[in-house]
Design a protein around this ligand. Structure first.
Ligand SMILES: Cc1cc2nc3c(=O)[nH]c(=O)nc-3n(C[C@H](O)[C@H](O)[C@H](O)COP(=O)(O)OP(=O)(O)OC[C@H]3O[C@@H](n4cnc5c(N)ncnc54)[C@H](O)[C@@H]3O)c2cc1C
Length: 462
């Protein structure tokens, strides 16, 4: 039996960022990770001489005031190098077309029928205005916000694909509000979040929340402000690990089996290796699984957690020879017909990710949770062969990854858990805890919120 100030459950990016923040204020922290390795969804590894990431990644909101930037500047001992993400393209039968970055560009983009482009612009502008004037549109789906049955099948597929990228769910399950809040462009002041009296982030002025769609509809030019870590996703992980003080102890291959509570207060954890005790327990695994670890949670909270929705993703990494020229750009491309995917030729950011004369491309598919993995893999692979005729002659390496990219999809009637729990001293972090942005940025928002809450409830000098 050992005592710590804080125990962090899970050694992914959320858990490690929590450990970093706590330890930098002098706390003795124990991180428990069930897997052999740290990082989970935020890592890179070698496959036959190629450095693959755990899925294609674009890191958003690295501008001043963005949550990851705030954490890097205040807690990291060094900041990894990031390179500009590049451009977004839509691929159709005629090849690549740049995703429009202005309203005029959108209105003249010939990927979708002109009639549909106008209908979408008009319908979404109406929704945006009523939201800005105070109407609650959170339960109106993208599907409901458009005259769906009048749209061509291409446009329906396009809107479904766009919805998947924003929320992890189809147009029927994605709130149209997500189109306006989006994954990036939330201009807010993190310092205010940190020092704000009230832990609710009601200071966020929704008029300032400028997603890709709201910028276009308001006739602003889109600036993606997205980046890629030049040495791969593991560069973020390595920078956190390097910055951890010696007061952080990490145990891998150690699965938490139970969170020990007494008088509704978290006291410690029981693992496959023994028990550990602390004043603060930070839980970064799936919030929806929390009832497995804490047996006496209130029924209403358990019911809320059961409403958390998730989606799965399948990434196919292909090592290709340089002669295959379809991927000679930096950025990402989207295929939206039939089986949609997002592709990123990541070795264009850093040639060392692939052996000499080769390149590395990641293709990410959202997959049906209920179909078999083997059928999903072969469908996805066949789609790639169909979209890029002749690619099969250039494949040198193929590697599959199956993952849950976000712990909570931003779906209608879904639930976002929040930092605090009904159990005193037990806090949650990760992508199922904060609605803002996506992925690593969303995880970083949850850490910023954790700082606010802990300063108020437990650790004023954090
Ligand atoms: C294919 C794909 C594409 C993505 N694209 C992007 C992108 O473009 N941009 C972006 O910003 N983000 C993206 N993301 C999301 C991003 O990678 C994740 O949001 C982030 O890495 C999540 O980190 P986390 O620590 O919250 O969760 P996780 O990585 O899931 O970490 C949780 C950890 O808890 C551990 N754990 C669970 N249960 C226990 C237990 N009982 N005991 C001990 N340990 C336990 C797990 O093993 C895991 O290591 C993508 C993810 C994927 C998979």
């Amino acid at each position: 039996m050992e005592n710590y100030d804080s125990i962090v459950i899970g050694g992914g990016v959320s858990g490690l960022l929590s450990a970093l923040v706590l330890s930098k204020s002098g706390k003795k922290v124990l991180v428990l990770e069930k897997n052999r390795k740290l990082g989970n969804n935020c890592n890179s590894y070698l496959v036959n001489g190629y450095q693959v990431d755990t899925g294609p990644h674009a890191i958003t909101q690295l501008h001043e005031g963005g949550p990851l930037r705030y954490l890097m500047e205040n807690y990291f001992d060094y900041i990894p190098a990031f390179v500009d993400y590049g451009d977004y393209f839509i691929r159709d039968k005629d090849g690549l077309k740049e995703v429009p970055t202005t309203l005029t560009g959108y209105l003249t983009m010939d990927v979708l029928p002109r009639k549909d482009r106008l209908i979408i612009a008009q319908s979404l502008t109406k929704m945006l205005l009523s939201w800005q004037f105070g109407t609650d549109i959170s339960n109106i789906s993208v599907y409901q916000s458009l005259p769906w049955n009048t749209l061509s099948s291409d446009t329906k597929e396009f809107m479904d694909t766009f919805s998947y990228f924003l929320s992890g769910k189809s147009a029927k399950e994605t709130s149209v509000q997500r189109m306006f809040v989006g994954g990036g462009f939330i201009e807010e002041d993190i310092e205010k979040d940190i020092t704000h009296e009230n832990s609710e982030h009601q200071y966020i002025d929704k008029f300032k929340r400028m997603s890709y769609v709201s910028r276009l509809l308001n006739n602003n030019k889109v600036n993606y402000n997205q980046y890629y870590p030049r040495n791969g996703l593991k560069a973020i992980l390595n920078a956190i690990l390097y910055s951890l003080p010696e007061t952080v102890e990490i145990k891998t291959n150690t699965a938490v089996e139970q969170i020990i509570t007494e008088n509704n207060t978290a006291k410690g954890v029981l693992t496959n290796e023994g028990s550990y005790f602390a004043d603060t327990i930070i839980y970064s695994a799936f919030a929806k699984d929390l009832p497995r670890y804490v047996t006496d949670l209130p029924a209403s909270y358990v019911s809320d957690l059961s409403r958390i929705k998730q989606s799965k993703s399948l990434t196919i990494w292909l090592g290709l020879d340089e002669e295959f020229e379809e991927f000679n750009y930096t950025g990402g491309e989207v295929w939206f017909k039939q089986k949609p995917f997002w592709a990123m030729p990541i070795s264009n950011y850093n040639k060392s990710f692939a052996p000499a004369g080769k390149k590395l491309v990641g293709f990410m598919f959202s997959i049906d949770e209920n179909s078999s993995l083997e059928s999903e893999k072969s469908d996805a692979y066949e789609t790639i062969l169909r979209v890029y005729p002749g690619i099969n002659k250039h494949i040198d390496m193929i590697h599959y990854q199956m993952t849950v990219p976000e712990k909570a999809s931003m779906a209608i009637n879904g639930f976002i858990a929040g930092i605090t729990t009904p159990v005193k001293n037990l806090y949650l972090v990760g992508t199922d805890v904060d609605e803002r942005s996506m992925g690593i940025t969303r995880a970083a928002y949850s850490i910023v919120k954790l700082i606010t809450v802990l300063r108020k409830e437990q650790i004023p000098n954090l």
